[in-house]
Design a protein around this ligand. Structure first.
Ligand SMILES: *[C@@H]1O[C@H](CO)[C@@H](O)[C@H](O)[C@H]1NC(C)=O
Ligand SMILES: *[C@@H]1O[C@H](CO)[C@@H](O)[C@H](O)[C@H]1NC(C)=O
Length: 282
């Protein structure tokens, strides 16, 4: 059975087409991911169609992709811990190994019942991050599954929520900003207790009476180049390799940034008294 990774060189267009129509049956967690820690707190259910991670006082849990990716567009549906999730962080990210790692992060910071989750984003190139932007969502991410996507090509990284871009990080190597484009990354997710900082800066603690806390995942889909033995599997011309934001998407991005962004490192003058990083003026 084919996976949803579009190894176009070996797949016919018809297979790719069928695969994109049958996302649910393509995204098999058993084939694509390994639960790597949590001693049974992470489980793959429903014949590989669903994955859940949970956290209790003793431990969190996590999984990682079997494959390494070198550019692509990856989609995952997540349903976050409901109710009182204060102190709990669910991270969903791509990362390369080593001390000069690259990383593209979504982190979901829990909150008291009725208070909004914070979606924290960051981009690391060669071990350096410090590029946080945070958002409150325009829906309740615990009531249902929503799609969180990362588009990563050699020109830009775009974070999307239900297809709406919330952040774009452009390749600005031309003005000296390192861009992640040399190191293959795996996909990771984990849930853990971060009540020393996560909610209202650590003021609100995890309420263990609600444990275990569970986040669920389904419908993983990757339109991506995978890497094996150091070589990218795709040499063909995929649309995501050139994808950029069109006029309508630009408008959506501006709408999110104007109405739903709660923190932007590029406007944090306290943090950067000597001036903002160069990418901030673009
Ligand atoms: C939690 O809710 C408060 C109050 O609405 C909000 O200021 C904060 O950004 C929310 N998220 C976190 C992670 O503290
Ligand atoms: C890739 O596809 C686009 C659009 O179909 C085309 O304009 C471009 O020339 C192609 N590039 C290569 C290297 O084949």
């Amino acid at each position: 059975m084919p996976s949803c990774s579009y190894r176009s060189s070996s797949f016919t267009l018809a297979v790719v087409f069928i695969c994109s129509l049958l996302v649910a049956s393509c995204a098999n967690f058993d084939q694509e991911f390994d639960v790597t820690w949590g001693n049974g707190r992470g489980t793959i259910l429903n014949n590989g169609q669903l994955l859940s991670l949970s956290l209790d006082k003793a431990s969190g849990s996590g999984f990682q992709s079997k494959k390494e990716y070198m550019f692509g567009k990856v989609h995952m549906q997540l349903k976050l811990v409901p109710g009182n999730s204060a102190g709990i962080v669910t991270a969903y990210y791509m990362k390369s190994p080593g001390s000069n790692w690259d990383e593209i992060d979504f982190e979901f910071l829990g909150n008291l019942s009725g208070d909004p989750y914070t979606v924290h984003t960051n981009v690391f190139s060669q071990g350096k991050g410090d590029r946080e932007q945070q958002f409150h969502l325009w829906f309740d991410p615990t009531a249902d599954f929503h799609t969180y996507s990362i588009l990563w090509n050699n020109q830009r990284i775009i974070f999307l929520v239900d297809g709406t871009p919330i952040r774009e990080f452009k390749n600005l190597e031309s003005i000296g900003v390192p861009f992640p484009k040399q190191q293959p990354m795996r996909i990771y997710s984990s849930i853990w207790n971060a009540d020393d900082w996560a909610t209202r800066g650590g003021l609100v603690k995890t309420d263990w009476s609600g444990a275990p806390f569970t986040a669920s995942y389904r419908n993983f889909k990757a339109e991506a180049c995978t890497v094996s033995a150091g070589k990218p599997s795709c040499t063909s011309n995929n649309s995501w390799q050139r994808q950029q934001l069109g006029a309508t998407s630009q408008k959506r991005l501006l709408w999110v940034q104007k109405n739903h962004m709660i923190y932007n490192y590029c406007t944090d003058t306290k943090r950067f008294p000597q001036g903002f990083p160069p990418e901030c003026s673009h």
